[in-house]
Design a protein around this ligand. Structure first.
Ligand code: ACO
Length: 464
């Protein structure tokens, strides 16, 4: 007997999550992190890891950790998840307003066009992608996209490498094309075609990245499985296309919508580590592709976006739900962090986990693979909140349930963090565009705790 799906079940989850969040609402916006116009220099108390430091002003989004609330451009995340689409949210984050129908259509057309990144993929396939860390490959992919889009590295004004190196007698033999073979070097562009030469700044590069990173991520997953990358389907939206290019199957409308919601939930999140890394690079006037590459690198860490993959490993390690108490006690004795819990900013339940938890629950009914992991996850959540909720404000974060949802959508474990990047590229690009309007290079200080006045001892006088 097949059970009939309630067509409104996703909507109900989003409504319930919003309701629960409102019930726990503890106060209003925090005055120290919400000014209409900041009066610099700002007084703030800074802890290690820049905790409490204010890096810049932004109108892109706001995280209220005391309230467990997340806002994009003034809109509550629950409302956007319930009523919007990833494309519309991308427009909102980049341009600061909801698009009209015509603006959204034009925006979509550009995303459809930028979803094709053939030259980047061709170049990527020349690398040992099957043996690479997926986030490393994705980072490389953004570099290749930079090359495809801008050809900045082969500007016509640069000296011809052969004649330039020719002035260096020693390297002549090595660097010259083989004798008599003028065309020996591989040309990636068809003969006669002029390389596009566009700026690597500006909104077009942002759209290129938002759209293309999804194609590259999906392609990496397929290459790692020994499969050829798939062309995007112009009939599908961003979320559905991502699932299609990844799995080879066109998702049913509910799965596409769940992917869409997950992408919306991950699109932006204040001055988190990867966003900060992105802005630091952008502030040097290095370009947007390099900036996004550093965002990807920062997101990869297990204390940040890499946690979603580690959560599944942790749940597998725990095994059955009845193992939770013993596993938890051991982890506490060993002073280990429970992955998928805790947050620098949230001192309440992460609003994104409020949606992802019930989504995992909803999907687990038809996804045997996660049924027992979810049971263990629920018991672990209860235990962690009982033991650490009150005292240390430790609750599940976005990464605790996202992997279970992704598994049900057919996304392999090593693609969880890249999937996070597929969404977060919007927040990164929106914030870089905004920051560069009033750029100031990031240059904090460190407290020197070393010694002074050391005398240099020649190596022969040093003792082992
Ligand atoms: N498990 C157990 N204890 C925790 C956890 C956790 N996951 N997180 C924080 N704590 C405890 C700390 O041990 C510390 O206790 P103490 O005061 O007795 O020393 C206290 O809570 C404060 O923790 P900090 O490490 O100072 O918190 P910080 O803000 O530096 O770290 C972080 C935040 C990195 C997210 C941390 O909670 C953590 O490591 N969590 C696990 C990894 C994880 O899930 N990361 C994903 C975060 S969401 C994201 O980035 C997309």
């Amino acid at each position: 007997m097949t059970t009939q799906k309630d067509p409104k079940r996703l909507q109900k989850i989003l409504q319930e999550a919003a309701k629960q969040a409102r019930l726990e609402d503890a106060g209003d916006v925090q005055p120290s992190f919400t000014h209409h116009e900041a009066d610099w220099p700002i007084e703030c108390t800074v802890g290690p890891g820049l905790e409490g430091a204010v890096a810049c002003e932004s109108k892109v989004g706001y995280v209220n950790g005391e309230k467990g609330a997340l806002v994009y451009r003034g809109f509550d995340i629950f409302e956007l998840a319930a009523r919007s689409s990833f494309e519309e949210v991308s427009y909102l984050l980049l341009y600061g307003k909801l698009p009209t129908r015509r603006e959204l259509e034009a925006f979509n057309d550009r995303l459809v066009a930028y979803r094709h990144v053939p030259k980047s993929l061709r170049l990527l396939m020349g690398f040992p992608v099957e043996n690479m860390n997926v986030m490393g490959a994705l980072r490389l992919g953004t570099n290749l996209m930079r090359q495809e889009f801008t050809s900045l590295d082969r500007l016509s004004g640069r000296p011809d490498p052969v004649s330039a190196i020719g002035s260096d007698e020693d390297s002549m033999g090595m660097e010259r094309p083989p004798r008599g073979e003028h065309d020996a070097t591989y040309e990636f562009l068809p003969k006669g075609a002029s390389a596009p030469c566009r700026s690597a700044e500006g909104t077009e590069s942002c759209l290129h990245l938002i759209s293309g990173v999804a194609t590259i991520a999906a392609a990496i997953s397929r290459i790692q499985k020994g499969l050829m990358p798939l062309e995007p389907d112009p009939e599908l939206g961003h979320a559905a296309n991502y699932l299609y290019m990844l799995t080879g199957k066109r998702p049913d409308p509910e799965s596409a919508r769940i992917m869409d919601v997950a992408l919306i939930l991950h699109a932006d999140h204040g001055m988190n580590a990867s966003t900060f890394a992105t802005l630091v690079v952008a502030s040097t006037l290095s370009d947007i592709y390099f900036s996004i590459g550093s965002g990807i690198a920062a997101l990869n860490g297990p204390l940040h976006g890499g946690a979603n993959e580690q959560v599944i490993n942790q749940l597998e390690e725990i095994g059955r739900p009845e193992n939770v108490p013993g596993w938890f006690d051991k982890a506490r004795t060993e002073n280990k962090k429970i992955i998928g819990f805790g947050h620098r900013v949230y001192k309440k339940y992460d609003p994104r986990a409020r949606v992802l938890g019930p989504l995992a629950e909803m999907l687990s009914g038809s996804c045997e693979e996660v049924t027992s992991l979810l049971e263990t996850a629920r018991v672990l959540e209860k235990k962690v909140i009982e033991e650490l909720g009150q005292d240390k404000s430790i609750y599940p974060n976005v990464d605790f349930y996202s992997g279970l949802v992704y598994t049900c959508l057919g996304i392999p474990k090593q693609m969880f963090t890249p999937t996070f990047a597929v969404s977060r590229v919007v927040g990164w690009t929106a914030r870089v565009l905004e920051y560069l309007e009033n750029n100031r290079i990031f240059r904090p200080r460190a407290i020197y705790t070393g010694s002074f006045g050391q005398r240099y001892l020649p190596i022969e006088e040093r003792r082992d």
